[in-house]
Design a protein around this ligand. Structure first.
Ligand SMILES: [Fe+2]
Ligand SMILES: [Fe+2]
Length: 264
């Protein structure tokens, strides 16, 4: 008999501020993905909630920590199906503001006709916070979430979310790994590399942007980097091991040549 995996992990909790990750809500053929809840003084933000596949199980899990009426934001690192295709449901069933890159904001209404129906509360402009390329700090309860630029890693309009109280960087697809059980802690970085390498080589755009991003991230006070797939990096040592490795990785267009562009 298969053991039931723990559905949620408390990453941080000081009484008034909490970060929770949900690591096993995707069932079936979808790639494993993590969804996140940040709570501050009862106000809530959901990060990268995913698509139809995760909406129901995620809202059931959220109800253990907060009410849907407390959700102020649904924050999307980028536009992918595993990130934000559940958006129509959040717009209909909650009052949350969707936070996303200005590059994607005008494409998102293609997800569903809910945007033109009166089932959606308020109008599209009122329900959307469009992030300019530089990012910004977003007020949540009495805290802030920083939307940090992470463009071309991998989406052209890409953000990561930093929680300065928990000292956690929610890094989207950056640092993602393909593992069976993302609730298991990382013990050995070297043996973790094969679970990340192929993904980053293909899904990240180039080493140039990675190096610029690493320079920015090294300025943050960090206890964890938590990607949207796979295992988090916990503590300064693992964070530095990851940053040192990724900083030198050739990827994306670095690896393309004329052989990649031949007539089939
Ligand atoms: Fe993605
Ligand atoms: Fe992803």
């Amino acid at each position: 008999m298969a053991l039931e995996r723990t559905t949620s992990q408390v990453l941080f909790d000081n009484g008034t501020h909490k970060c929770i990750s949900f690591t096993s809500l995707v069932k079936g053929e979808g790639v494993q993905a993590n969804q996140f809840l940040i709570l501050d003084n009862q106000r809530a933000a959901i990060l990268d909630p995913g698509g139809d596949l995760t909406y129901m199980p995620l809202t059931m899990e959220l109800n253990k920590y907060t009410k849907l009426s407390n959700v102020d934001y649904v924050m999307a690192s980028h536009q992918d199906p595993d990130i934000i295709t559940s958006m129509p449901r959040w717009l209909i069933y909650t009052d949350a503001t969707v936070v996303a890159s200005k590059l994607w904001a005008r494409f998102l209404p293609h997800l569903n006709s809910a945007f033109t129906s009166d089932r959606m509360k308020g109008n599209w402009e009122q329900r959307l916070l469009e992030l300019a390329d530089g990012g910004q700090r977003v007020r949540l309860g009495e805290s802030e979430i920083w939307a940090l630029p992470a463009h071309f890693m991998h989406s052209v309009g890409n953000f990561q979310f930093y929680d300065p109280i928990a000292k956690i960087l929610f890094s989207g697809d950056m640092g993602a790994s393909m593992v069976d059980d993302a609730s298991q802690p990382l013990t050995d970085f070297q043996s973790h590399i094969p679970k990340m390498k192929g993904f980053h080589q293909r899904y990240m755009c180039s080493n140039k942007v990675i190096r610029l991003w690493v320079n920015m991230v090294r300025q943050l006070d960090l206890d964890m980097i938590v990607p949207q797939h796979g295992t988090p990096f916990m503590g300064k040592q693992q964070i530095n091991e990851f940053l040192d490795w990724i900083e030198t990785l050739e990827c994306g267009i670095d690896l393309f040549n004329q052989n990649s562009f031949r007539l089939p």
